[in-house]
Write a protein that binds this ligand. Sequence first.
Ligand SMILES: *[C@@H]1O[C@H](CO)[C@@H](O)[C@H](O)[C@H]1NC(C)=O
Ligand SMILES: *[C@@H]1O[C@H](CO)[C@@H](O)[C@H](O)[C@H]1NC(C)=O
Length: 278
Amino acid sequence: MCSSCSSGSSSTKSWIVHGIVAGAAVAAAIGGGAYLVRYRKFRARVVGIIPARYASSRFEGKPLVNILGKPMIQRTWERAKLATTLDHIVVATDDEKIAECCRGFGSDVVMTSESCRNGTERCHEALQKLDKKYDVVVNIQGDEPLIEPEIIDGIVRSLQLAPDAVFSTAVTSLKPEDAFRSQSSEMGLIPYNKSGKVNPQFPYMLHLGIQSYDAKFLKIYTELQPTPLQLEEDLEQLKVLENGYKMKVIKVDHEAHGVDVPEDVEKIENLMREQNLS
Ligand SMILES: *[C@@H]1O[C@H](CO)[C@@H](O)[C@H](O)[C@H]1NC(C)=O
Ligand SMILES: *[C@@H]1O[C@H](CO)[C@@H](O)[C@H](O)[C@H]1NC(C)=O
């Protein structure tokens, strides 16, 4: 229905249709003011969970990799701390080294099982183990160390303002060069132009890995059986829509700088130097 992503990568980034997104954003903008008063307390308690596993086929020990002097997981956590909508932030890991490192810089840690198949399952397990109850869970991927806190706040608020939605996420404009690159890689671009080429005029979108869930829905989500489009596109989120649930998508300005393979570290460090980030 709306997207496909690089096969193999754990559904972090994908290409998504403009139409659905624009519709969702407009709906959020119109609905916003009216719901603010009525639902001020709706889904008020929010936890940010950073799932971090040690083993990774493409990048062993990735969360601990040093980026300009700090472990990547610490950089992600520090960004998340700046978000104003989170009541609590916790790292969920299966690894003692990661746990120790996180406690060292001041993060709370929940130990989760090695058998979690992906970040969503890890968030779900972590949520069960927390002392307090939460209404919203934000799944903050540890491989986007430059994630803007405003994006976290944006997806949380969109879920708080949309009682009929159970899931929220963000997209950003896809740069033309990336759209062209997608043609020569295994990435698929949606919508597919009949000419078979990238249409340079079309406002394509890139889906960011960050997502938030209604806490009750998270349990349902992990138990939903895979759906045809999800399997066809290897995109976990599609089963939300295929099961008839509603998802909010906000559009943000963001340069995606995910760290997927060891070579990405140097790229992100160069960029941080250019932008005087430390
Ligand atoms: C496809 O892209 C071209 C530009 O490359 C555009 O002129 C055309 O309208 C698009 N749609 C179709 C159906 O070809
Ligand atoms: C991730 O975990 C969810 C929840 O358990 C599961 O339904 C989904 O199929 C998994 N996705 C992948 C890509 O393994």
